[in-house]
Design a protein around this ligand. Sequence first.
Ligand code: ATP
Length: 241
Amino acid sequence: MLRLRELRAWYGRIQALFDVSLSLDPGECLALVGTNGSGKTTIVRSLLGLIRTEGEIRLDGQDLSRIATHQRVRRHRIGVVHEGRGLFLRMSVLENILVGRPAGERSRVDTALALFPALANRLHQPAGLLSGGEQQMVALARAVVLQPRVLLLDEPTLGLAPVVIEEIYGYLAKLRETGLTMLLVEQSVRRASAFADRLCLIRSGRSVMTADGRNPAAEAELVRLAFAEADRPDERGGDER
Ligand code: ATP
């Protein structure tokens, strides 16, 4: 369904992705794991067309790599929950969920809210008054209203307490039961392995290993590789062009 081949990406003149190849089947959850600065968020930005890329980005065979961000989101329905949630804290929960959505999509709000009943009584409160976990639910509900073909989740539990992390993963599991295809960025290999169908290790801007979830041996190898010496000449970042 989603396929990246030899993806490279740049922040200005600094190259951040060197060679990322991965694929996602319909209904599958693939987790991107890797140490800080390895390039996970950059893959999300590349998929959205927020930075300059080369290489293939295909959704159901269609090449998206030269398409503008708003078209990737609107026409091709790539949903995203950004790291840090990206809410407007003074706007109400409902306004946050509806922001940027055309009138025709408003009827979908009820469906999205059915997945997050805890928000039902908070719809008219400013999002800034909600707890971190509740704010994450708002970000998820907003993404669900788009009816995404693929949902990008960039560290959806960052900064949350363990019990809230469990709760958010409970909601993600519910979303998954709806058949949603997910690309999840997750710092914790253990959590990624418990949730995702497959894990892809990103190191120094490269996809270096893919493994099945819930496989302790593969998980251990992935952790070993993530922290293995990554400063080989062929993996040194910072190439300029
Ligand atoms: P983390 O887990 O800490 O969020 P990450 O794996 O998501 O890390 P990225 O944020 O994708 O890593 O960063 C990959 C590389 O790109 C890093 O070397 C980082 O310094 C660099 N980078 C990220 N954002 C920018 C930017 N706006 N300008 C220049 N370089 C950037």
